[in-house]
Design a protein. Structure first.
Length: 323
């Protein structure tokens, strides 16, 4: 039927466009956020894309629900505005026949939201937590970003490396400041490389450099030139992984009788249910008076979506705090 094919085609185009725009906005915002952290040396540069991808999965149910909601809203609004809907209704098309192709179009997206919310989101949260734990256990050199100063957790050393090679094993223009027994030491070298000892300790081996050592504001000062100089890089112990509620597998959440797990299950189920409600809510909200403003109903609908999702989040947080 011409009506069904034209409706589904426009819904598909609008939903894909909305999803791409929303994902681009989220990605731009999150990349800026993580780049700011990387510039401070809080996270390595090579971990940004991994963290971004896992966070994008976390936001996917919300973005997919919003894109389907906007697709139905924009498509039917245009049909009302261009009098196409009036023509179809005048030709004897019932409201049920309008809802049916919309429901069949939205059904795969609803199943996808359910899959993301129930299965993929917990996996992404669990993987992100484990990845962050691994980042914390890296040695000091692995946590360095080229061109930035990084202070050790013990606050007794400051590292600076201008650049790494592609494998991260060779380094150039190294600066290391140490403080020990009230003496300030500075080691500089133009080249160096990473090396692992027979005991498994990580070293950075500096080549043909200088070491300056002395007490600030005194004449006690010494300079030493070296061909090779090894600096032990401290590796933090791997912290035991503690599983959070939102990272638990669906089977574990269903089997559990604790209040927190039951709330988590309800929260996961709420995502596909919300998608269903929003699809059908978009149908009456799409009605547009040709004499009125074109964007009024769209702004109103988006506000309803934002308020609805915020209320869900507030209620979930409130119940969690009351447990």
């Amino acid at each position: 039927m011409l009506f069904k094919s034209s409706l589904k085609k426009e819904l598909l185009v609008n939903s894909v466009t909305a999803l791409l725009v929303l994902m681009s906005i989220v990605m731009a915002q999150r990349i800026t956020f993580y780049l700011r952290f990387a510039a401070k040396g809080a996270i390595p540069n090579d971990s940004i894309m991994t963290i971004l991808g896992l966070n994008l999965i976390k936001y996917s149910p919300l973005l997919l629900s919003l894109s389907i909601f906007l697709a139905v809203l924009l498509t039917l609004s245009r049909w009302y505005r261009d009098q196409e809907m009036i023509i179809w209704l005048s030709s004897g098309l019932s409201l049920a026949k309008i809802i049916k192709p919309i429901a069949s179009f939205a059904l795969p997206a609803i199943f996808m939201v359910a899959f993301l919310s129930l299965f993929l989101n917990p996996w992404a949260v669990r993987t992100a937590d484990q990845f962050k734990s691994q980042l914390k256990s890296r040695d000091e050199l692995s946590r360095l970003n080229p061109g930035t100063f990084k202070e050790s957790k013990s606050l007794d050393r400051v590292f600076y490396i201008e650049s790494f090679d592609k494998l991260g094993s060779s380094v150039k223009n190294i600066f290391v400041q140490t403080k020990q027994n009230n003496k300030l030491g500075v080691v500089i070298a133009s080249n160096g490389h990473r090396e692992i000892s027979s005991k498994g300790d990580n070293y950075i081996i500096l080549q043909k450099g200088r070491r300056y050592e002395g007490i600030p504001n005194t004449k006690e000062f010494s300079t030493t030139e070296f061909d090779q100089y090894g600096i032990l890089t401290v590796q933090q112990p791997v912290e035991p992984y503690i599983e959070s509620i939102d990272s638990k597998k669906l089977s574990d959440v269903i089997k559990s009788n604790t209040l927190g797990d039951r709330l988590e299950l309800q929260w996961r189920i709420a995502s596909p249910i919300s998608c269903i409600l929003l699809v059908f809510l978009a149908i009456p909200l799409s009605f547009t008076n040709p004499r009125a403003g074109r964007s009024l109903n769209i702004i109103f609908a988006v506000l309803i979506f934002i308020i609805y999702n915020n209320l869900l989040a507030i209620m979930n947080t409130f119940i969690t705090l009351k447990k």
